[in-house]
Design a protein around this ligand. Structure first.
Ligand code: BDR
Ligand code: CA
Length: 311
């Protein structure tokens, strides 16, 4: 099984990604979950990650808290999308499993230095702060990472938090810049992909019908999560961003994209956090990411539903 660390700011769609990993033990060996401030402040993302573990009877998974704020800016959160707790929707018990004492960035560094070179994949579902802090503290980890698969950015699709920027990159553009310049092989799941993955009513219903506590809670989370985007985009359901990262590990053939140069805008007030993707290869700048553009959304939801049923 592929060894991964999930770095996350749950978030209902982050929860779906974590559950997709839990439902795929044959392919995925989850070494730990690291949490970051993003959708909601750090104390809540660290709480929410543990709630998801307990809901899925996976209290064996270690959860680490990381950065409370972006590397160079004040934190921007998204309660307007995710609700006050970040996991609004179902009634959820407070977690009882402990939070690890080690800092998230230190756990990432230690894991990459102890596991074989090229063995560990980083899956990022929130702002890239923890990864940037780890790279700054221990730059030698960059060449040890197998791949970093991230949800973030957008190009032809534009942004979702500003016209130019996607939320995860917008919150911490300086961190994203450090990651994109690190030399780590990056796979990027932008809004161009995730906006094609909509929680249609029939899809949520199929998840509910699995009938387990985890699946029912997931259905309730999705119904809360989608309400904002249904209004915003006028679609049947909202985009389910973060599980595309885990789906890529399980079924890369669901996605198509190409190698590109990606630079991050960090200075402009108007376009801060924009991912400037050289899709048409006009700059000659070095490729630093595989940027995805298309997804088989039916195949994605079949996979998600099948794996949630295994939890
Ligand atoms: C991203 O922002 C967050 O609100 C979601 O969890 C996802 O990671 C989408 O822009
Ligand atoms: Ca997220």
């Amino acid at each position: 099984a592929r060894k991964i660390i999930i770095d996350t700011d749950p978030g209902q769609d982050d929860a779906a990604a974590i559950m997709l990993a839990f439902g795929s033990p044959e392919e995925i060996d989850l070494l730990g979950i690291t949490t970051v401030a993003g959708n909601v402040p750090l104390s809540l993302t660290a709480r929410n990650a543990r709630i998801i573990c307990e809901l899925c009877n996976r209290t064996d998974v270690k959860v680490f808290a990381g950065a409370e704020r972006p590397v160079a800016r004040p934190l921007v959160t998204a309660e307007h999308v995710h609700g006050k707790t970040g996991l609004d929707g179902p009634v959820l018990a407070e977690p009882t499993m402990p939070l690890q004492e080690q800092d998230a960035a230190d756990f990432i560094i230690e894991t990459l230095l102890t596991e074989n070179e090229g063995a560990v994949t980083l899956c990022t579902l929130g702002p890239l702060t923890n990864i940037a802090l780890a790279l700054t503290k221990a730059p030698e980890i960059a060449r040890r990472v197998r791949e970093l698969v991230m949800m973030g950015g957008g190009f032809f699709e534009g942004g979702n938090i500003t016209p130019a920027a996607e939320f995860n990159v917008y919150v911490d553009p300086e961190a994203a810049e450090i990651v994109f310049r690190s030399g780590i092989p990056i796979v990027m799941m932008p809004l161009d992909v995730t906006h094609r993955v909509l929680t249609h009513k029939a899809r949520v219903q199929k998840i509910r019908e699995i009938g387990s506590p985890a699946a029912i809670a997931m259905a309730e989370m999705l119904e809360f999560f989608e309400r904002f985007d249904i209004e915003k985009y006028g679609t049947d359901g909202g985009p389910l961003h973060d599980p595309t990262v885990i789906a890529y590990l399980l079924r890369p053939e669901l996605f198509t994209g190409r190698d590109c140069n990606v630079e991050i805008e960090t200075t402009s007030a108007l376009t801060a956090g924009m991912t400037v993707v050289d899709w048409w290869q006009v700059t000659g700048r070095k490729h630093n990411a595989k940027v995805m553009r298309h997804i088989d959304d039916e195949g994605f939801f079949d996979l998600l539903t099948e794996r949630l049923a295994r939890i």
